[in-house]
Design a protein around this ligand. Sequence first.
Ligand code: ATP
Length: 212
Amino acid sequence: MSQDQSKIPQATAKRLPLYYRFLQNLYASGKQRVSSQELSEAVKVDSATIRRDFSYFGALGKKGYGYNVKYLLSFFRKTLDQDELTKVTLIGVGNLGTAFLHYNFMKNNNTQITIAFDVDEEKIGKEVGGVPIYHLDELEERLPEDVTVAILTVPANVAQMITDRLVTKGIKGILNFTPARLNVPNHIRIHHIDLSVELQALAYFLKNYPQE
Ligand code: ATP
């Protein structure tokens, strides 16, 4: 992101990809404008928050007209650096890793898994979803300098050891799908997604705080 976006609050920044995806769909369906109310219903963020978020970019809804979809879209594309590809490595081509390689985030044209690693001889040397799989022993030698993000879908007990190697190799961000809590230097960003905890939390909320 460019410098003037550094003022955008993190909570707002996290919603940008959500807005962006929805606006792309709107644009594809030929819609030229959208109100904050419509956006709100589609992305499930209240419209006051949307208006506040958009005001950080100086965008510019008009009363009774809404936002111009094409303008917003080009604005978001620049803001999210959609034209700049972030290359990603995936470590651990198990069930979850395999699903990610097949999916490969094709709808975000700014992120792409380009190389994967595992230790299972059955998987090494093969491709899944067009992505080559190498032995983890070759991580240091094979991982290209321009790969800045890693997705971890390995067993939890090896996650820290792999993280240390990724950090030494210069990775900037890690999307951690293992339940392990990882120690990293301050300049590395980790996003932690524990699917089973999320699912349990959802089930708990449904039981204890049923919605009307
Ligand atoms: P998932 O958790 O994705 O459903 P799974 O149940 O198929 O996977 P796991 O045992 O969790 O299998 O392992 C995930 C993948 O991580 C496997 O492909 C396994 O070979 C790989 N793996 C295990 N240890 C390592 C390691 N040290 N480095 C890299 N990959 C590893």
